[in-house]
Design a protein around this ligand. Structure first.
Ligand SMILES: NC(=O)c1ccc[n+]([C@@H]2O[C@H](COP(=O)([O-])OP(=O)(O)OC[C@H]3O[C@@H](n4cnc5c(N)ncnc54)[C@H](OP(=O)(O)O)[C@@H]3O)[C@@H](O)[C@H]2O)c1
Length: 318
């Protein structure tokens, strides 16, 4: 099978496409033919290992001391189950799935083995039937982040909710989920992305690059920072300090992402009901994975960047 591997930390060009033996599923695993993967900030983080000095040793102990422990990167996938182990109960050959690979990574390849039960090595669920594989990677990654961290707000109808970073993979879904919960939503994004964020249902928008926006901040019942702690602005800091209850300003980096197939199932229901629409910026073919990493690294994508690993019509040797 083809796989994009990373055998040393560095710029996007360290990624190389090679041929590898396809994995063979254990009794408690399914074999997934991968149709699409996502290029996430976590993939960039692992590939570049551009970690502040004080965190470098603990992080490297986790991801690999001199190079990534698993050289096939990729933490988000969607695809079709092509083989099931004898102990598999939830899935069947032919099921279309979406999910995250957790610490096991490995989505940048034709095939990936995964367990059907949730663990730090991933979670999978049936993919929404009304979106394609590339969109499903956006739903899985952005959905799990947005749902988990918005749920910390226990949002009630008519509450005022601010989504900071409303134009990213998780932010675009957070805006829609908060609207679904009945909130009045203010989305924070740059001027270029206002139309997108409005189209997702945001009642108001604020441009984080404009100083004037600070004076337009209101009292919010809950604020979600959907871009994470590495990216900030005067507006974000002003919003945080003005919250009457500091616990109501939550960053998407406040705690580890929970890999939950229950949450994936809820995401599927809302996508199929038309309540949540995953946003795709660009789909790169697998051969252009280096370009995809360069693009995501610039930090300005709208929603998700996907990699088409296999086209649906393509037949692969099993
Ligand atoms: N808790 C966990 O375990 C966990 C796991 C995975 C990821 N994460 C966190 O989740 C974050 C979100 O990832 P994501 O993929 O959803 O976001 P993303 O797609 O990378 O967000 C990109 C968007 O953010 C906007 N942006 C860039 N700089 C900004 C700033 N200073 N203020 C406001 N908006 C800004 C960009 O548009 P403009 O440049 O046009 O504004 C772009 O549309 C990651 O970066 C990571 O910190 C956490």
């Amino acid at each position: 099978m083809k796989a994009a591997i990373c055998t040393r930390y560095g710029p996007p060009e360290v990624l190389k496409i090679v041929q590898r033996d396809a994995p063979v599923p254990e009794d408690d695993e399914v074999l997934i033919k991968v149709f699409a993967a996502s290029v996430t900030n976590s993939d960039i983080f692992i590939r570049s290992s551009d970690i502040p000095l004080r965190f470098r040793i603990p992080m490297r102990l986790m991801i690999g001391i001199t190079r990534p422990r698993n050289d096939i990167l990729g933490e988000v996938l969607s695809g079709e189950i092509v083989q099931v182990g004898s102990k598999i109960r939830r899935f069947h050959v032919g099921d279309q799935i979406f999910g995250l690979t957790g610490f096991s990574l490995g989505a940048y390849a034709d095939f990936k083995c995964m367990k059907e039960t949730d663990s730090k090595k991933g979670c999978i669920a049936l993919k929404p039937g009304n979106i394609n594989y590339e969109e499903a990677t956006s739903a899985a990654y952005g959905g799990l982040l947005a749902f988990q961290f918005l749920e910390k707000g226990h949002i009630q109808p008519k509450e005022k909710v601010l989504i900071y970073g409303a134009s990213g993979t998780s932010g675009t879904i957070a805006v829609q989920y908060a609207k679904h919960l009945g909130a009045e939503v203010t989305g924070v994004c740059s001027a270029e992305k206002v139309d997108l964020v409005r189209s997702l249902g945001a009642d108001k928008t604020l441009d984080y690059t404009h100083k004037d926006s600070i004076s337009k901040l209101e009292a919010y019942d809950f604020a979600l920072d959907a871009v994470g702690k590495a990216r900030t602005s005067d507006l974000k800091e002003a919003c945080r300090t003005r919250m009457s209850d500091a616990r109501k300003f939550v960053s998407i980096d406040d705690g580890a992402l929970i890999l939950s197939s229950d949450r994936l199932n809820r995401i599927r229901e809302l996508v199929e009901a038309g309540k949540v629409r995953p946003i795709t910026d660009t789909c790169f073919p697998f051969e252009q994975i280096v370009d995809a990493h360069r693009y995501v690294e610039r930090g300005h994508k709208k929603g998700n960047v996907a990699i088409t690993v296999n086209r649906v019509s393509e037949q692969l040797p099993a």
